[in-house]
Structure formats: structure tokens, C-alpha cells
Design a binder for this molecule. Sequence first.
Ligand code: ADP
Ligand code: MG
Length: 256
Amino acid sequence: MATVTLSSIAKSFGPTRVLGGVDLDIADGEFLTLVGPSGCGKSTLIRIIAGLEHQDGGAVTIGGQPVDHLRPHERRVAMVFQSYALYPHMSVRQNIALPLTMSRLKLWQRLPLLRALSGQRRAVMRGIEADVAAAAAQLQLDHLLDRKPAQLSGGQRQRVALGRAMVRHPDVFLMDEPLSNLDAKLRVHMRTELAELHKRLGATFIYVTHDQVEAMTMSDRVAMMDSGTILQLGTPSQLYEKPGSLKVAQFIGSPA
Ligand code: ADP
Ligand code: MG
């Protein structure tokens, strides 16, 4: 579990300023949602927290530690993408295990010819199996571990992506529109599942969506973004009852 602080985060792509100095403090264990229209900079901001993109100015801390010098896998974060980003040639088991095999096995232990020789590798693999089984049980994927992603429904694929994020027990989950490829009915169901998962894990969730209903139903607080800045930050009821501007009111759907 960890707090996340963003101080004056600025980012441009070429001449285009995408983030104009974003300040945001996210509490330990909070479910915070970044919401706003397409192109407002949500993905860029969450990718900067993940370490997948580097800001031009400002600083990120996670759990009080500056992380700007840390690479993505060195930060205690895991990211879930809209596209799930599963490997089609790997089983569900292998997809979920991937972050663990990458971090726990030395490179030579991953080579097909050498790995049979290593007793140590077998011990590491048993540990990984146990961690994958625990994540799979949490997400009701136990019976699907030997399938390939193509043999799964959209909701099941999304759960595999969540499993892959969970196995490393990150302090912070970063989710970029994780439900937007699902049909409407499943999306509603997965909202409840995500909210329950958040409660169970007690981790900090930073969630990106352009869907105001998702933002308003799942979050402790919502940061409404527009053109690379935060227009308003508050609980869903604060945003709904006291929108700070017409733009917020229109996006949230508050009564005029
Ligand atoms: P959102 O996730 O809110 O839809 P993004 O953060 O993806 O917004 O994008 C914000 C703006 O930055 C958009 O105008 C987008 O075209 C631009 N942008 C994002 N990534 C890149 C990139 N790698 N190169 C150039 N422009 C980018
Ligand atoms: Mg985006």
C-alpha cells in the first residue's frame, strides 16, 4: 500500500503541451479515478506514474519515495491496459506468471537448453506456481489456467490481465480504461468486481476512464481532467452536487 504524489507534472509531445503541471495527492488505499474526455492527457499521466513515460517537469513519489529514477519494474506498481496486452501463444498460467518469471528467474534459467539442468530453477518455479494459483483463485480463473487467451471471453481475458497485475502484490494498481472493450452488461458486472477487489486487496487504485458513470460509482475520489489539467477533485457526490464549472457539470451530468 502506498500514497502517490504528483507535483507539477508537465509533459509535451513536440510542440503540443499535453500535461500542464498536474498536482495530485492520492491516499494510501484510495480508489482515485481520472476522468475526462478523450485526449485530455489521462493515459499520459498514468503512464508517467507507471514509469512508461517520463515527464518533462515535476516529480512523482510512491510511498514517500521519489521514483523518477526507477524503471517500471522497480516501482511497486502494476498496470492493467485496455487491450489486456496478453501474449497469445502463452497459456493463462504463463501469462499470469510472466512478471514473476521475469523477476525471479535469471536469464540463463529461462533458456530451454539450460533450464533442465537447474534444480534451483525447479524450486523457484514451484514458488511461482503457488503465487499464480493464489491469484487465479481470487479471480476464479483456476479452471482456465491451461487455456490460451483466444479461448477466453472478454471478461475472462480481463481477469487474466488483473491476475498478472496482482501476482507481484503491487502497492499501486494503475488501470487505463480496463473495461472499455467489454460489452455493457459485463462492464457493469466488472465494476462491482473491481470495487470488491480493491476492498479485498487494500491497495491504492488509480483508475482511468472516459465513462462518468464508472467514475462516479467506483471511486473514493474523482479527478476531472480537461486539456492536461485537473478541473476539479472531489468525492463523487461533491462533484455531482457542487460542480465547480459548467464543463464539470455537463460531463458529470449534474442537474443544471
Ligand atoms: P487520453 O488518455 O485522455 O485520451 P492521452 O494522454 O492519450 O489522452 O493523450 C493526450 C494527448 O497527447 C493527445 O492529444 C494525444 O494525441 C497526445 N499524445 C499521447 N501520446 C503521444 C505520443 N507518444 N506522441 C505524440 N502525441 C501523443
Ligand atoms: Mg487514454
